[in-house]
Design a protein around this ligand. Structure first.
Ligand SMILES: Nc1ncnc2c1ncn2[C@@H]1O[C@H](COP(=O)(O)OP(=O)(O)OP(=O)(O)O)[C@@H](O)[C@H]1O
Ligand SMILES: [Mg+2]
Length: 482
């Protein structure tokens, strides 16, 4: 009887953390280095490197003052909202990472950018790893690109992509997506940590050597972070996220890191069949005047980078049905909502222990800054008490744990935006009462959450049809504009 061949030895594997990239000795539920849960994944051990050459000699270091400082040049994309977020456009040799949920419009925006940056004489390069060249051409037709400004390759081999960039030297190269690239010199399958990290490192070298700006598209995890090791965001020059409500029209391009400009700028787009269109009035894009004047709806002006955005905060407080009260937040940090609910209970005696609390920032916008605290707290209190602030008022302020209203940045800019939108009354932190107020607008300074709630009680009438016992009629209406 013929002997059966010995079974192939299984490849040695190791456990690598997707968050911090650390290698763990064995699989564990929690990374021993960064403490993240469920972040360890298995990947093949890299082959040991044998050093045959002697160690490199030290290199000469130059004093910073003696280094000739080059000047940065930005290649404007021609899409104003993108230029705003990028700090003026693409920088030669810059590596830009664009992340976002599936189907949010990453490829659409990247193709439009490629079309704007390229010309018939010098087309941009679009490396499609997820779609065929025909699919990209179909999208270009829908976006009304004339097809002569972008050259496409459907390629996932990293060496081929790098060679194409080096030979064509396009004004912009797009790689869609970094998770589909395969580097034959690295262990693992496309999308694995070693592959993604290795690919980005080689693309970085290519961008710096050729001076070609490269736009990388990246998948995101279910938590919304770019899939792959966290170090990826450190390696690239610019990190952008495309956000928005999947079923809504608006898309937000948010800068979270930028080595060449301000890192927290925001671009506002409308996505339709013709692609991404710049929003004409971004300040009021998330405002639906028809829903103002409903209990629990409060208007605030958020500041994203240098851009003020009027946002409607909606809250609903309802008796809990299942014994355990729930807090749900959309467009607002849930941890912050728990904190504000505790502040409302402890400092303003608004009892929420038997209530479910839902908070929503309308239009898919994400309220990330604490300046929205007072508006969210007021919205929750207003819903609990069935009161509504009068239309035409805006609420701005950060809340401390003691219920004190703290100062916010760029208050004057926010007030100007509110006035431009026709609003006439603003509740602001008392510590900033001396700020310049636009003509026709009145500011009501508040020291404590209780002051703001008192205004709500004094100014708001009962909602038609609702029993409301907390409303006091007062002779002077503090909300009335001068
Ligand atoms: N024919 C069409 N008409 C209108 N809108 C369309 C059409 N085709 C696609 N879209 C819109 O474009 C969106 C998809 O855009 P795109 O392919 O750029 O997303 P993506 O972020 O690259 O997705 P993925 O992560 O799957 O690559 C769809 O969600 C849809 O809203
Ligand atoms: Mg895509």
């Amino acid at each position: 009887m013929a002997a059966t061949p010995p079974a192939a030895r299984p490849a040695r594997v190791r456990q690598v953390c997707t968050e911090c990239g650390a290698v763990a000795p064995k699989w564990q539920g929690r990374c021993p280095t960064c403490g993240e849960w469920n972040s360890l994944v298995e990947e093949p051990e890299p082959r040991p490197v044998t050093r045959s050459q002697p160690a490199a000699a030290a290199v000469a270091a130059t004093l910073v003052g003696d280094v000739p400082a080059g000047s940065l040049t930005w290649l404007a994309t021609g899409i104003g909202e993108c230029d705003r977020v990028l700090g003026g456009g693409f920088v030669p040799g810059g590596l830009v990472l664009l992340g976002g949920d599936p189907g949010i419009g990453k490829s659409t925006l990247a193709l439009q950018l490629a079309g704007h940056c390229g010309s018939e004489a010098r087309p941009s390069l679009y490396c499609a790893g997820e779609e065929s060249a025909a699919q990209v051409a179909m999208r270009a037709g829908r976006l009304r690109c004339d097809g002569r400004e972008v050259a496409v390759v459907a390629e996932t081999d990293l060496d081929a992509v790098l060679a194409t960039v080096e030979s064509l030297r396009p004004p912009l190269a797009v790689v869609d997506s970094v998770q589909t690239l395969h580097d034959a010199g690295q262990p693992g399958t496309p999308g694995s940590i070693a592959q993604v990290r290795g690919a980005v490192h080689r693309l970085l070298l290519c961008a710096k050597q050729t001076g070609v700006p490269i736009l990388l598209i990246g998948h995101v995890t279910k938590d919304g972070a770019i899939a792959g090791p966290r170090t990826l965001e450190h390696m690239v020059d610019v990190v952008l996220y495309l956000e928005g409500e999947r079923h809504g029209d608006h898309r937000l391009l948010r800068g979270v890191k930028n080595r060449f400009g301000a890192s927290d700028e925001l671009g506002v787009f409308v996505l339709d069949a013709g692609g991404m269109r710049e929003e004409e009035a971004p300040g009021r894009a998330f405002l639906d005047e028809t829903t103002l004047g409903v209990p629990g709806n409060v208007l605030t002006v958020a500041c994203e980078g240098s851009r003020p955005l009027a946002v409607e905060v909606q809250a609903l407080v309802a008796p809990t049905r299942f014994g355990l009260p729930r807090h749900t937040a959309s467009g607002f940090d849930l941890g912050r909502l728990h904190l504000l609910a505790a502040v409302l209970e402890k400092r303003a005696r608004i009892l929420l222990g038997q209530a479910d609390v839902f908070v929503n920032a309308v239009g898919g916008v994400r309220l990330a800054e604490p300046a929205a605290d007072l508006a969210v707290a007021l919205a929750v209190a207003a819903s609990a008490r069935e009161l509504c602030p009068p239309p035409g008022s805006v609420v701005i302020g950060e809340l401390g744990l003691g219920g004190e209203v703290r100062r916010v940045r760029r208050l004057e800019q926010r007030l100007q935006e509110a006035r431009q939108l026709g609003l006439r009354t603003a509740v602001v932190p008392a510590s900033q009462a001396g700020c310049a107020v636009p003509p026709g607008m009145r500011c009501i300074p508040v020291v404590h959450l209780g002051d703001a709630l008192a205004l709500l009680d004094e100014a708001a009438g009962p909602w038609p049809g609702m029993a409301c016992t907390t409303v006091k009629k007062v002779a002077t209406d503090p909300w009335r504009a001068p």
